[in-house]
Design a protein around this ligand. Structure first.
Ligand code: FE2
Length: 202
């Protein structure tokens, strides 16, 4: 498959996931997923240079045996790995920075497809890492692609969310995540203010 074809196939697989299997989970996610699909179907391919980071090595072994996992695997050579510019070894610790990263399939910058108003990407968090409480103005939905992680919104209790179930974060609601005994992968999408990055809230 050509590079453009594997990127296009990945985007189409995400759109199908948001229309079907990805509807399970938090109430409130469905409206955003519908709006997102419309944005993604209009997205134009972008030309980006692939880039790797330490955490990228965790991806292949963690990918699930699903259609989405296979589509991500096929597009892996195209991916441009990134980290939130607000995070550093000084603020997060060296172990976090070595085991954390993300790639974007669609977004305003450094993504496979250009979409000014939405971001869709994949988060990688190494086994045992805690992504501490943070917030951002964009509305967000996470879909864990792996089991074993723990998720928490604000002062709610930690909860185990099965792979494929939606986790909804309204704008500026603080949230945090703990990877379990294996690499955590999660598909995420943002809608609204796509250019203000997350910041730690304590
Ligand atoms: Fe978030």
């Amino acid at each position: 498959m050509s590079e453009i074809a594997s990127a296009r196939a990945l985007l189409q697989t995400v759109v199908a996931f948001y229309a079907g299997a990805g509807r399970k989970g938090d109430a409130g996610a469905g409206l955003m997923l519908d709006a997102l699909r419309a944005d993604l179907l209009r997205a134009a391919p972008a030309s980006i240079a692939p880039r790797t980071i330490t955490a990228a090595a965790l991806l292949p072994a963690a990918l699930p045996s699903t259609e989405l996992g296979a589509a991500i695997a096929a597009a892996t050579p195209l991916l441009r790995w990134r980290q939130n510019p607000n995070y550093s070894a000084a603020s997060m610790g060296a172990a976090f920075m070595a085991g954390y990263g993300y790639v974007e399939f669609a977004g305003p910058k450094d993504a496979l497809f250009h979409t000014p108003d939405v971001r869709v990407g994949l988060l990688v968090l190494a086994a045992g890492l805690h992504y501490p409480l943070h917030a951002h103005p964009a509305e967000e939905i996470y879909h864990p692609l792996t089991d074993g992680g723990l998720w928490r919104r604000g002062d709610e209790a930690w909860r185990a969310v099965p792979a494929g179930h939606a986790i909804h974060h309204p704008p500026m609601v603080p949230h945090e995540t703990r990877a379990g005994d294996s690499t955590l992968l999660a598909l995420y999408c943002w809608r609204g203010d796509t250019t203000t990055e997350a910041r730690l809230t304590r």
